[in-house]
Design a protein around this ligand. Structure first.
Ligand SMILES: [Zn+2]
Length: 589
């Protein structure tokens, strides 16, 4: 495993790996961006090409490329290695693995593969059967080209209760696994008796952000079949709230255009792609969620909503807007698409579709115009009503610049003073913050904070001479086991640390985790003390060591005091006396 990791690191730059998820800006010799692990408005996420480390000063998450991928994709170490090997164009099969890699496939991997087998079966049904030919005819009539049908891997589930499961059983999957993945429905709790979930449906595969197939959307082909769209249920590999349909196909375009178009259905996405608007995605089976917005935010802060202009559609868009505001996204709205079926519109008028996107307006402006259009702006009653219906949206705006802009706009349109609108805002209770916002940051808190000892060692790593000057300030026996070991490695290998070009050898003396930690801390130190002169840094190091000493003394103090209490309780007066002397010495030192 270590060879492949070295090869991956040799071929990939951390900044390239990270820039797929975070927009980075150069900042001195490092890069900076908004942290993907916690919510923030000013960038505290640093990427160091020198150190090949990415690290957040806000939530203290990060590490090397592998650690970064593990955290950002939520995958295990091995999967992170696989993802990076792919990116680096390294064939994992060229490396010999020992240990657990040869063992049983994980349940998740089995589910991914099973979906692949099912998809191959469905595609064959579409392209190689008589029924399939009819469906293809229907798709072509709807305006899909064969290229599009193949690109999105459409398939056909046969009109049968067991053909899909029989294919999968033949390929070695248990009925329990088939039901777990949602491709069949269990008739009993043991799930040894199941029937196919998707029957006589056009099958649209759904992929996760990495392009792995995780489920299907099945469109009814018979007129009376309900529901019109039947989706895979959530499973160990599929969580509706975390997947955006089309995201895997749209990623590059979203990044390139610095914009995403959010539509409502599979066919809207597909038609939009066919019309050349390849930065289009849709939610499937849920309203827009915060996790989905975070997926988008990896590549852009700009969203264009296209939604049904009926009440349900507008309500959903408003909720989406509120969530997007919490992630500081810019939300534009497509207006003038008052059609029942956007997919048909896009097919027939691809140029107009692109024009509508280009002419999209800020969501807030849309709200103001929408409310004004349906109320009387002249009467007092009308003005009151307009203000009341717009207040929730003013509360949602997180940018004070935008708030100011739209307050001014509204005050002109209603011919009332701006201060009246601000007063109204104050009087109304703030809209409730959407629940799941709270959950998103809880994970970030687990990681350990940086303390004085860390900072001191980080400074020493950057300025080794500091250690020499303070070599014996901290008596070794005062350091805790863990800290002692790092501190001791620093002391024992001081020569390596000092020698030009031997830093790598020095780092090699430390455990992997500690290596990364030291590098992260040194990056932090770099940033924190960037403007410090050499003398100021020396002063800072002394201060840090003082703090460390104080902390250690306090700790010893507490420990000895506790021992004295025990000794006294047990009547061991001699021991108690000795301990007391020790304590006095400690306090007076
Ligand atoms: Zn962070």
């Amino acid at each position: 495993m270590s060879d492949i990791i070295a090869d991956i690191k040799a071929r990939l730059n951390i900044e390239d790996v990270v820039s797929h998820y975070v927009q980075l800006k150069q900042s001195g010799k490092n890069f900076k961006g908004l942290c993907p692990f916690h919510q923030e408005k000013t960038p505290s996420f640093m990427v160091s090409p020198d150190k090949q480390i990415a690290y957040c000063f806000g939530c203290h998450k990060g590490g090397d490329a592998i650690k970064f991928i593990q955290e950002v994709e939520g995958v295990e170490f091995k999967d992170a290695v696989k993802i990076l090997a792919d990116k680096a164009g390294i064939n994992m099969a060229d490396y010999q693995f020992t240990g657990d890699n040869t063992g049983l496939k994980s349940e998740k991997n089995e589910l991914y593969e099973m979906h692949g087998v099912a998809l191959a079966f469905y595609e064959k049904e579409l392209w190689n059967t008589e029924n399939g030919a009819k469906v293809l005819e229907y798709l072509r009539r709807r305006g899909l080209t064969d290229e599009t049908i193949r690109f999105f891997h459409f398939g056909l589930a046969p009109d049968s209760f067991d053909q899909t499961q029989l294919q999968l059983v033949k390929a070695g999957y248990s009925r329990k696994m088939i039901a777990l993945g949602g491709l069949a429905i269990a008739k009993n709790t043991q799930a040894d008796n199941v029937y196919d979930r998707f029957r006589a449906r056009l099958m649209i595969p759904i992929y996760d952000s990495l392009g792995k197939i995780v489920g299907f959307g099945g469109r009814a082909l018979k007129k009376d079949d309900q529901p019109k769209y039947l989706n895979s249920p959530d499973s160990p590999i599929y969580s509706k709230s975390e997947v955006l349909y089309g995201y895997n196909f749209a990623k590059d375009a979203i990044k390139r255009d610095d914009n995403v178009v959010l539509v409502e259905g599979y066919f809207d996405v597909i038609m939009s792609h066919q019309a050349g608007v390849t930065n289009t995605v849709a939610t499937s089976g849920t309203a827009l969620t915060i996790q989905q917005i975070k997926l988008i935010k990896r590549f852009t802060k700009n969203m264009v909503f296209s939604f049904d202009t009926d009440k349900a559609g507008i309500d959903a868009a408003k909720r989406g807007f509120e969530l997007a505001q919490h992630e500081s996204m810019n939300v534009q709205v497509i207006t003038g698409l008052a059609v029942k079926d956007p997919a048909d519109f896009i097919k027939e008028k691809p140029d107009e579709w692109r024009g509508l996107i280009a002419k999209s307006i800020p969501f807030m402006q849309f709200c103001i115009e929408d409310v004004i259009a349906s109320n009387d702006t002249k009467s007092l009653q009308g003005k009151k009503k307009i203000l009341a219906s717009l207040m929730p949206f003013f509360h949602m705006l997180t940018s004070s610049f935008e708030k100011d802009y739209f307050v001014r706009e509204l005050s002109q349109k209603l011919d009332i003073k701006e201060v009246v609108i601000y007063d109204e805002m104050k009087n109304r209770r703030t809209v409730e913050i959407v629940q799941n916002i709270k959950n998103t940051d809880s994970k970030a808190k687990e990681s350990r904070k940086i303390d004085s000892m860390d900072l001191f060692l980080g400074l020493v790593f950057e300025h080794p001479v500091l250690l020499e000057e303070n070599f014996n300030v901290i008596p070794e026996k005062m350091l805790e086991e863990n800290e002692k070991s790092i501190y001791k490695v620093f002391k024992d290998n001081y020569n390596l640390l000092r020698a030009e070009g031997r830093r790598k050898d020095f780092l090699a003396c430390l455990d992997g985790d500690i290596q990364q930690r030291i590098q992260m801390i040194s990056l932090f130190v770099d940033e924190l003390y960037a403007a410090y002169s050499e003398d100021m840094i020396k002063g800072e190091a002394k201060k840090l060591l003082d703090k460390v000493m104080k902390k250690l003394l306090n700790q010893q103090n507490r420990e000895i005091s506790a021992q004295i209490r025990i000794a006294e309780k047990e009547g061991d007066l001699k021991a108690a006396k000795e301990l007391l002397e020790q304590l006095q010495k400690l306090v007076s030192s």
